[in-house]
Design a protein around this ligand. Sequence first.
Ligand SMILES: C[S@@+](CC[C@H](N)C(=O)[O-])C[C@H]1O[C@@H](n2cnc3c(N)ncnc32)[C@H](O)[C@@H]1O
Length: 274
Amino acid sequence: MVSQERSGAWTVGVPEVDCTTPNAARIYDYDLGGEHNFAADRAASEEIQRTVAPTGPFIARANRAFLQRAVRFCLDRGIDQFLDLGSGIPTVGNVHEIARSRDPRARVVYVDVEPVAVAHTRHLLEGDDGAGIVQADVRDPDVVLGAAETGRLLDFSRPVALLTVAVLHYITPQEQAEMHRYRDVLAPGSAVVISTLTADEREEEAARVERFFAENTATQVTFRTRDEVRALFDGTELVPPGVVWTPQWRPDPADPNGWEPHRAGCWAGVGLVR
Ligand SMILES: C[S@@+](CC[C@H](N)C(=O)[O-])C[C@H]1O[C@@H](n2cnc3c(N)ncnc32)[C@H](O)[C@@H]1O
C-alpha cells in the first residue's frame, strides 16, 4: 500500500504506483530539487540532461518561477481563488502558500491525476479548510468542475485564476477543445494563466524530448508554437508583455537565470477575462 523508497522522502501513504517507469510529474519534481521521486525518475532526468536537453532543470525552475509570479500578479488584481489544473507534486512555494502570504482568505483547488502528486498534496493540506485537491483528469472538465471540493472552495460568480501551467503539453489539440468548458464558467475579471512547452527555436532538442517521453514514459508531449499559444488566449485580454518565454514574463531579480530565455522551452502568458 505504501511506497517507501528513501527514508524521509516517503512519509506519506502513497498508493502503490509503478515506480519502475519514469513519470513526467516525478521527473519535474526531481528537476525542481524535490524528494518525491523514484530511482527511475532520477535516472530519466539525468539521462535527459545528458543526451536530450541539458536545460531540463532550468526549464522546470523557470516555469515554476513564472507560476509564482503569475499567482502574485493575480493576487495584486484582487483575485483570491485559484483552480490549478495539473498542479503537480507539492514543492516549495505552492500556490496556496504564495496566495496566503498575501491574502490569508485565498482559496485553492489543486487538480492532478498522478497518484504521488495527489497523495502528497492531500497530506500537505490535511486540516486546511481553504485548499483541497481533486484527483481527476483535467481533460474531463465536468468531473473537475462538479467535484465536491471545487464546489466547496470556489465561487465562480467571482473572479477565479485558472492556472494551466506546464500541463497543456500533455493535452492534444483535439482534446484542447473540451478545455474551453473551464473558460465558460469564469466570471469577468478572472485570469487565465498558461505556460506550455514549445519546439520554437529548439526544434532538434524538442524532437529528442518528444522521442524520449514516447519511448520511456506513458506520456506523449505536444509542442505548441507561439501563435498557437497566443490563440489559447482568444477571448481574453492578454496582459503585457504578452506571450513570451517563461523567464521574460515580468521577471524578478531572484528568478533562475544563466541560460538564454528561449532555452527555458516554454511560452507563457496571462489573459484577463473581459
Ligand atoms: C510538469 S508538472 C507541472 C506542475 C505545476 N503546474 C507547475 O507548473 O509547477 C505537470 C503536472 O500535470 C499533471 N498532468 C498531466 N496530464 C494531466 C491530466 N490529463 N490530468 C491531470 N493532471 C495531469 C502531471 O501529473 C503533473 O503533475
